[in-house]
Design a binder for this molecule. Structure first.
Ligand code: DAT
Ligand code: MG
Length: 177
């Protein structure tokens, strides 16, 4: 089959699909992956940490308990491969169950990062999760994606599309203008 201009229908379909993907990406909400690391689970801090994110007004669209295997850990932290702390980081993140979640919404990455606090809890501001509950960089309780692009990559590593839940919050207009 050929279109009016004599081009194969497949070319037309490919272009339409690319356009559709671009429009969809523009419309899509920013997503960020959170991981409540093994120390958070072992210390009984799942509730307090999730509470802080909920109280901030952030919207969870995915949440599960799992154990990260070495392959997934290496993929997730690929940007840090070769750094001196990489082996210890992989060992830590795979050392016990974690809670992984997806937070969706405008500025999701930035708001989560600010709520988490600085990477090294020793210099994280009081009032942040790391600043209130942790003391060392190697036990900093929580991961949050560092950009919308990282968020998209990391969410795809940990969640199937059908595991994410679309819903409206009844109080949305009191949180977002
Ligand atoms: P963040 O988790 O704040 O995004 P990151 O992406 O730079 O920080 O590093 C990933 C994790 O690696 C971090 O949460 C803790 C560990 N890490 C980073 N820098 C480190 C260092 N200099 N020494 C030990 N661990 C480090
Ligand atoms: Mg990071």
């Amino acid at each position: 089959m050929r279109t009016g201009e004599g081009r194969p229908a497949t070319a037309f379909l490919c272009e339409s699909f690319t356009l559709y993907k671009e429009v969809f990406h523009f419309m899509a909400q920013e997503q960020t992956l959170i991981i409540l690391k093994p120390d958070a689970v072992q210390r009984g801090l799942i509730g307090p940490i999730l509470t802080r994110l909920e109280q901030r007004g952030l919207k969870l669209v995915g949440l599960k308990l799992m154990q990260i295997n070495e392959d997934l850990a290496r993929k997730h932290y690929a940007a840090h491969e070769g750094k001196p702390f990489f082996p210890g980081l992989v060992e830590y993140i795979t050392s016990g169950p974690v809670v992984v979640g997806v937070i969706e919404g405008k500025d999701a990455v930035q708001v989560v990062r600010n709520t988490m606090g600085a990477t090294n809890p020793a210099s994280a501001a009081p009032g942040t999760i790391r600043g209130d509950f942790a003391v060392e960089i190697g036990r900093n309780l929580i991961h949050g994606s560092d950009s919308p692009e990282s968020g998209a990559r990391e969410v795809a590593l940990f969640f199937k599309e059908e595991e994410l839940v679309r819903y409206e919050r009844s109080n949305e207009r009191w949180i977002r203008e």
